[in-house]
Design a protein around this ligand. Structure first.
Ligand SMILES: [Zn+2]
Length: 102
């Protein structure tokens, strides 16, 4: 289980190939809904403690996703974020001059 920062400044929770966005939180728990809600009409929600160190309703999420886990999408999300981090601190000059032809 891990948190990924989104480009909008929020966080996504990644767990077993699924990503979740935060719905609400209180002093004890945070509620998350599956990011596939719109795309796949997936109604899975999970509940974690405030530190997002463990899932509190582990039984429910298991069989209810309407779609497959997408590890590739999560990796892409991480890569995209790390690229953003890089470009903020150190902008590489990747623009090579066009090759002269003939
Ligand atoms: Zn889902």
């Amino acid at each position: 289980m891990e948190l990924i920062k989104t480009t909008r400044g929020g966080y996504k929770l990644c767990f077993e190939g699924y990503t979740y966005t935060k719905v609400k939180e209180n002093r004890i728990t945070k509620h998350w809904k599956c990011s596939g809600r719109h795309k796949y009409n997936c109604l899975v929600t999970i509940k974690t403690d405030v530190n997002v160190s463990r899932i509190l309703n582990e039984k429910k999420y298991d069989d209810a996703h309407t779609h497959c886990p997408d590890y590739v999408a999560i990796e892409a999300l991480k890569v995209r974020n790390s690229i953003k981090e890089d470009s903020r601190t150190n902008r590489p000059s990747v623009m090579a001059p066009p090759l002269a032809r003939g």
